[in-house]
Write a protein that binds this ligand. Structure first.
Ligand SMILES: NC(=O)CC(=O)C(=O)O
Length: 272
């Protein structure tokens, strides 16, 4: 993770999660639609507060399939801590996301896109994050690739064209430290445990779960970490949630597993 300074104090904030309908073959149309949905999330929030953070889903600019990744991949070329200008980026998706964050004055987790590393040409499933000024402030490459083979049901091997990321990533806002993962990453508790021990109060996993292995666990995986406050239907939809720090404080003091771990018995995965 890039940020190992003291985490910001968790403050109340409003989250908007965008679920998109079918992603088509036309990348420009996918980008235009995603931008419209970001604007909609920020302006049509009904009785909720204007969202502080908007999140797009996994693979929002490309059909989700190993044969599509090489064709849709974009060079981002972002290195944490080095100067980076989204306006001059080679990536049309980065340019759009940066502009959308800026014009809507919101933090934006830009789901994920297929990315081509400019140095070694490898492909990744990559999430980029923007502050309300449109700066790209963090990036996460899906660490756990979705490779699965259940005979007669589903065979899918992201690793046929993608490489797994090798870093754990988070970023600080004025209301929270937020850890990042992408879809299948949520099934690996180590990533979440490490993020929590490094001060993240919030974890965000843009996802595009498949309908064979997904439904049994997507809600359960969320519930394992807290109450489910809002849930989308299977259609295109924006869901909102007001996050209250009191819930986190009360839960952590009521069930004090955070301070009762026995690292003398089983070691601390975040220090390995
Ligand atoms: N799409 C994924 O990365 C994961 C998934 O569909 C699942 O875990 O189920």
């Amino acid at each position: 993770m890039s940020t190992l300074t003291r985490a910001p104090v968790l403050k109340p904030f409003t989250l908007a999660l965008i679920q998109l309908g079918n992603i088509g073959a036309n990348k420009a149309a996918n980008l235009t639609h995603a931008r419209e949905m970001i604007q909609k999330a920020v302006t049509n929030h009904g009785s909720n507060k204007k969202p502080d953070l908007v999140v797009l889903p996994e693979c929002f600019n490309s059909p989700y399939g190993v044969t599509h990744f090489p064709e849709y991949a974009e060079r981002i070329g972002y290195t944490p801590g080095k100067p980076y200008s989204p306006d001059n980026s080679e990536s049309e998706s980065v340019k759009m996301l940066s502009a959308a964050a800026k014009e809507n004055q919101t933090w934006l987790i830009g789901g994920s896109i297929p990315e081509r590393d400019p140095q070694d040409d490898k492909l990744y499933n990559t999430c980029t994050v923007y502050n309300p000024q449109g700066d790209l402030v963090a990036m996460h490459r899906k660490v756990h690739l979705f490779d699965i083979d259940i005979p007669g049901k589903i065979t899918f091997k992201e690793s046929e064209t993608l490489t797994g990321g090798t870093t754990l990533n988070s970023f600080d806002t004025e209301f929270a430290r937020i850890g990042l993962g992408i879809c299948y990453d949520i099934r690996f508790p180590e990533l979440a445990m490490i993020a929590a021990r490094r001060g993240c109060q919030v974890l965000v996993y843009p996802g595009a779960f498949n309908l064979t292995t997904g439904p049994l666990h997507w809600e359960l995986l969320q519930r394992g970490r807290g109450t489910v406050l809002a849930e989308a239907s299977e259609k295109e939809e924006i869901v909102y949630a007001d996050i209250d720090p009191k819930t986190l404080e009360e839960t952590r003091s009521g069930i004090p597993v955070t301070t009762q771990r026995r690292f003398d018995v089983y070691g601390d995965v975040s220090k390995m």
